[in-house]
Design a protein around this ligand. Structure first.
Ligand SMILES: C[S@@+](CC[C@H](N)C(=O)[O-])C[C@H]1O[C@@H](n2cnc3c(N)ncnc32)[C@H](O)[C@@H]1O
Length: 360
């Protein structure tokens, strides 16, 4: 059963992370043969597929590498300057599993898979610009509204700083903060329908998460880094840049379930500010009861929204299709009655295709 979960997880890395694919296939074979991986994974034999035991295993090993405690294995990990040699990878893994069996087992039991993907800041940036502009038009204002950004399932809050990133567009133009140390190529086709050179003003930013990660700690940064596949250097570099940016001025991420926190934050109206509720790749983890409660809380807030205290919902979530998953950026704005699909892109937010249409 567990061996099958490892094989399935290896399959999902095919083509995108040869290192993780090879690691998990070898671990699956070792589990079937009753090798040391069986002891590392002892107690997790019946873990649900959704808790992704194989990725917790890969993350725990990666963390030892990042901490400099598995130098023989580090030679295979590009995240620390190594270069994978798949034929000898498993021979380098085995002594690490033997030496750190108890620690690895404890860590695998204590962690949930945490990915906070800063590439999603790019569609968020464009979506916020469209929302702030549309709210201003509806209120008869010349200037886009300043934004109060509320994120459900914010993880470490890396996407709470979309205004502080330099987005280098294909034609060489840079929007966002051109002086930012975090330069992101969003790989856009098309553009949002508004003037992106106008500054996006975020006057308040806050998130909630069931398991928030504190970017101001070494432990928090290591946790997030360990879950990036070590041979995906573009994602690795993006994450390190985002961590640095966020650690310089962390946005608060409260430990709470979405509905509890949202009810509190949406209880009162905030005039002259556009309140935006944002979530990406979270909805699938939220229980049906919490989803229903979240919708009811939002409906109450919608009823209180006014042109001078508008409310928006911006989401980037997977939708199952017959060939896999697609990700759409959706915007609803009240009381203006705007409902748009702004575009679609890959799960990590890059690349992204802007193509506005009504969302019904
Ligand atoms: C795949 S991560 C996505 C993180 C972030 N939104 C992003 O796009 O990078 C999903 C996050 O949702 C959080 N989460 C799951 N269920 C939740 C709930 N009911 N309330 C708040 N956060 C939740 C998890 O702890 C995790 O940090």
């Amino acid at each position: 059963m567990l061996a099958q979960l490892f094989t399935d997880a290896a399959q999902s890395c095919k083509g995108s992370s040869p290192l993780t694919e090879s690691l998990l296939l070898n671990a699956a074979a070792d589990l079937s043969a009753g090798g040391v991986t069986t002891r590392v994974m002892a107690g997790y034999e019946r873990d649900r597929k959704g808790t992704m035991p194989a990725l917790r295993f890969a993350g725990a090993l990666h963390r030892l590498v990042l901490e400099g405690r598995a130098p023989g294995l580090a030679k295979h990990y590009p995240s620390v300057g190594g270069s994978p040699h798949l034929a000898t990878l498993w021979d380098a893994v085995l002594p690490v599993l033997r030496e750190h069996t108890d620690e690895l087992r404890a860590r695998i039991g204590a962690t949930v898979v945490q990915t906070n993907e800063p590439g999603r800041s790019a569609p968020l940036f464009g979506g916020l610009q469209v929302a702030a502009h549309a709210a201003a038009v509806a209120a008869g204002r010349d200037e886009p509204f300043p934004v109060r950004l509320l994120e459900i399932g914010a993880s470490a809050g890396l996407n709470l700083h979309p205004d502080r990133i330099a987005y280098r567009l294909g034609d060489g133009a840079v929007v966002g903060d051109p002086d930012s140390p975090f330069v992101l190529d969003p790989e856009w086709t098309g553009r949002p329908s508004v003037d992106l050179t106008r500054p996006l003003r975020i006057v308040e930013r806050e998130g909630c998460d069931l398991h928030p990660i504190d970017v101001s700690t070494e432990d928090g940064r290591l946790t997030l880094s360990s879950f990036v596949w070590a041979d995906q250097l573009h994602r690795w570099d993006r994450l390190q840049a985002a961590l640095e940016l966020a650690a310089a001025d962390p946005a608060p991420v409260r430990q709470a379930t979405g509905p509890d926190w949202l009810a509190d934050r949406l209880a009162g109206q905030v005039p002259d500010v556009l309140t935006v509720v944002w979530h990406s790749v979270v909805w699938q983890y939220v229980s049906p009861a919490d989803r229903a409660e979240g919708r009811a809380i939002l409906a109450d807030a919608v009823a209180r929204a006014t042109p001078e205290a508008p409310l928006a919902l911006l989401v980037y979530e997977p939708r199952r299709t017959h060939t896999g998953y697609e990700f759409h950026l959706l915007l609803k704005l009240w009381p203006a009655g705007v409902s748009l699909r702004l575009g679609s892109g890959r799960g990590h937010g890059v690349p992204f295709n802007w193509e506005e249409q009504e969302w019904v």
